[in-house]
Ligand binder design. Sequence first.
Ligand code: ADP
Length: 546
Amino acid sequence: MSTWKLIGYGLIFAATAVVLVIGMNVPGQTLFRPLTVGVQIAIAVGVALVLSLIYAGIDLGLMQDQTALEPLRVARDFNQRADGVMDTQALANVVGTMLADRLRIKHSVWLLISPAQVNLALQAVNSHGPAPVEPLIFSRSNPLIRTLDTDRQPITQKELEADPRFRQMVPAEQEWLSKLGTAAYVPVFDSGILTAILAVGPRGLRGGLSRSDLHIANIIASQAAATLKTTRAVTEIRAASASMASLLEDLKQKNEAIVRMENSRSDFLAIASHELRTPITQMLGFADLLGSMVHDDSLDKETVAQVTDSIVRACGRLNEVINQILDMSQLDLNAMDLRFTTCELSHLLQQAIEPFAHAMRERRLGLKITGLKNLPPLQADEQRLTQAFSQLMSNAIKYTPDGGKIDITLRLLPPENGLPPQIEIVFIDAGIGIDPQHHDLIFEKFQRIGSSSQHSTSTTRFLGAGPGLGLPIAKGVVERHGGRLWVESQGHDPAKFPGSRFYIVLPIRPPAFDPRALEADALASGAEAAKETRTALPRANPFVDV
Ligand code: ADP
């Protein structure tokens, strides 16, 4: 019984005795007045004593009753609050609120224990807000865990600090625990196995915890054990179903990739055989014609020149298609070696555009180039970059109707994140445009929008098509320069011609390019040789993982 309770009972006793003595001396009262003061006091003390004892008995009895009821109340309260709780964070919140309401404990953390090979992984779940610490692997011989497991009793921080065994704890584990700001650790068991620890903070700001506080915390923790088991099972099921969903998604994507590959293989067969057969058929036809003309003795110089010219053109086309197929396979195998030299963009563009001058005149296509002035030179493989520009030029010509307009704009972009400055080159046409849903697809090999039956082989005719390798090769070449290539277009409309914009962004020096290699080259084999043989990027694409 507390001192305050004793003082309380004493005061009740004294007050009752005084009231009784005053009552015995009330005027007109005949029963006690005639008695002497000593007898009156004796009677008052006796009666007050009896009344105080009766009151104390009732009070203590009630109190005992209340103490006996407390665990039940706590358990009932917890069960009501934890009803329907399905995740560990929500459970931690309920426990945190109960500890705050019942014991004025400001914070608590659940330490969830899971086996991690020979060790134990401890994950902290805060009652409110994010976890105070990252999960940590604890050794099974950690003295705190071992003591909680064997004693099955809460341990206060004070006890922990006083015990020399705990000072032998691994420093990282000690530091991890100290970040929790715990006043006591309450063990939680599932079928006799320590599965979690409820780390409760101090009362109020710094107050320690009494035995009865620990008792209540223990009741809350043991009530939470069953819910904890459910929430952990639910978490595991959710994680399993999430990983199953991601596996399914993975499988779906792989399946789609296989279907795409399968389609592109059959497309390849259809397109390649068409692309290869057309020039071969033309060559056979012209050779046949020459043969019969020789036979008829009707050959004249002019006809021979015309026929051989057509045979040369067919051979050129055949060569072009075979080269594209070879380039694509080099890119697929990461085996395209680039020879970097210092290039002027004006020169590269001129080389890319010149071959189309005749076709553009024939089809009355206008061309405007802006922003070429004041651009710095860039390190690039001249031949490959010209090939990429030439492909975009050819496409702009093919998909723009006769009399249309093509723009090429260039500008220097400011350097970003300490990387070298970049040059942006945009090919803008006023052609049929590309549906946004095909913006990625057209950069995949053998992908051509529209049916292959409408396919007419040409690099300049309106709507003429190739084997569907031009853009994937251009993209591969640009990416191997450390750049990016993408398209923007509002949509496909062969009547209104919304047009397309193909963007190339190139760093003036590719990330893996080391100018010292150039100097070393120049010193080793003379300046002339160095001009020709520049540093090649390593076979494995260095930008893939950057
Ligand atoms: P191809 O060898 O058939 O020209 P590409 O890889 O160059 O193949 O282009 C793939 C497809 O992208 C083309 O078949 C066409 O449908 C579309 N395409 C490319 N460039 C343009 C453009 N400038 N305007 C409209 N469509 C384009």
